[in-house]
Write a protein that binds this ligand. Structure first.
Ligand code: PMP
Ligand code: GLN
Length: 382
């Protein structure tokens, strides 16, 4: 039977993790830490689990977490949020992305996407009967091509969906790029769905700037965060959307029809997490930056062309300087099978033809000993 879904393969993250397991490879593919989240967050969830907090919570999220999301917005970005009317808690950012798209799209509407893109974006837009309009960033700088972006907007455009800090590139959108996007969103009277799951995983003194905090954007943005990334608890699948009170009822109705609610005990843990002191958030970024540095130096030393990464769990390398003449997919397969190290081929983040074929993404959210061992295995293989 033919459907939109029959044209979509199993996600690259599952494919590469299975291959890594099959070959006993160190998995630097799928982005998940090999260390646990904060004890107090886990303890709070465990206590809620033992405390009878196990039945359906309120549709938009438990009050403690909605309040914590509102406080976090004000503390970090100066965005004032009504926890009762402007927050929706979801089962991960993945659901949040779908819920935000559902909230504003009708069949035939267009959504501007930026490539390389996270793997759920284009299929989800299509499943809703809408049309992706994809604008491509060019490596190695990944600067926003402004004329092309402007040309992608038209009277059918309902939204732009983009990710900063950006998976897989590690790009952080500049103030000027955000201002340019804001101007297009205003001019075309549409919405911005802002996937900001890596908001706290940002390096070198860069500060995350939500589009929602740019003047004129408060009412037009749906801002998405994820406990998976902010607390290194990727299996929990707790996400949160902040949006204007006019948009929130539609977002809530989308959530109502997707999952309805999200595990209440985990929500209570995340509420404790979002209230942690500033040192938690700076420590999270600096610990990860040290891992970025370890991989950046190690991979460069092996002869890869290493691209800059300013945030996220990921670093991208060019495999051509090694003399590799195949593509990124064959490279990832070869290092998994022969070097016993797994990475993700960058072409998996493209939904349009002729993706670049020389880039590979390594996840560095791992213990230093494992990263060092992975580099040693690659050295022996090269
Ligand atoms: N957006 C991006 C850019 C991601 O990298 C990820 C996942 N890792 C998600 C969304 C999904 O987040 P979650 O696990 O909270 O669903
Ligand atoms: N976001 C993670 C990554 O980019 C993977 C999420 C998933 O496995 N679906 O690696």
């Amino acid at each position: 039977q033919n459907s939109i879904l029959s044209g979509i393969g199993t996600t690259i993250f599952t494919v590469m993790s299975a291959l890594a397991n099959e070959h006993g490879a160190i998995n630097l593919g799928q982005g998940f830490p090999d260390y646990d989240g904060p004890d107090d967050v886990i303890d709070a969830a465990a206590a809620a689990l033992k405390d009878g907090r196990n039945q359906y919570p309120p549709l938009t999220g438990v009050p403690e977490l909605r309040q914590a999301v509102a406080n976090h917005n004000e503390r970090f970005y100066g965005i004032k949020v009504d926890p009762n009317a402007e927050v929706v808690v979801t089962s991960g950012a993945t659901e949040a992305i779908t819920a935000c798209l559902m909230a504003v799209l009708d069949p035939g509407d267009e959504v501007v996407l930026i490539e390389p893109l996270y793997d759920t974006y284009a299929p989800t837009v299509r499943l809703l009967g809408a049309v992706p309009r994809i604008v491509r960033l060019q490596p190695p700088q990944w600067d926003l091509p402004r004329a092309e972006l402007a040309a992608a907007f038209n009277p059918r455009t309902k939204a732009i969906l983009f990710n900063t800090p950006m998976n897989p590139t590690g790009k952080v959108f500049t103030e000027a790029e955000l201002a340019f996007i804001a101007e297009l969103v205003r001019k075309h009277d549409c919405y911005a769905i802002c996937d900001e799951v890596y908001e706290h995983l940002i390096f070198d003194g860069w500060k995350h700037r939500p589009l929602m905090s740019v003047p004129g954007m408060r009412e037009r943005c749906m801002r998405i965060g994820s406990a998976g990334k902010t607390f290194n608890l990727t299996g929990w699948k707790v996400g949160y959307i902040t949006c204007d009170r006019v948009l929130q009822p539609n977002v809530a109705k989308a959530h109502q029809n997707l999952t309805f609610t999200t595990a209440p005990n985990l929500q209570r843990g995340v509420a404790v997490g979002l209230a942690k002191g500033d040192e938690y958030f700076t420590g999270l970024a600096s610990a990860l930056q040290a891992k970025r540095d370890l991989m950046r130096e190690g991979l460069a030393d092996l002869g890869f062309g290493v691209l800059e990464t300013r945030g996220t769990y990921f670093i991208t390398v060019d495999v051509r300087p090694l003399g590799w003449t195949g593509d990124d997919v064959s490279f990832c397969r070869a290092i998994t099978e022969e070097a016993k190290v797994t990475a993700i081929p960058n072409s998996a983040f493209y939904a349009t033809p002729n993706a670049p074929s020389q880039y590979v993404r390594f996840a560095f959210c791992k213990n230093d000993a494992l990263l060092t061992e992975a580099l040693a295995r690659l050295r022996a293989w090269i």
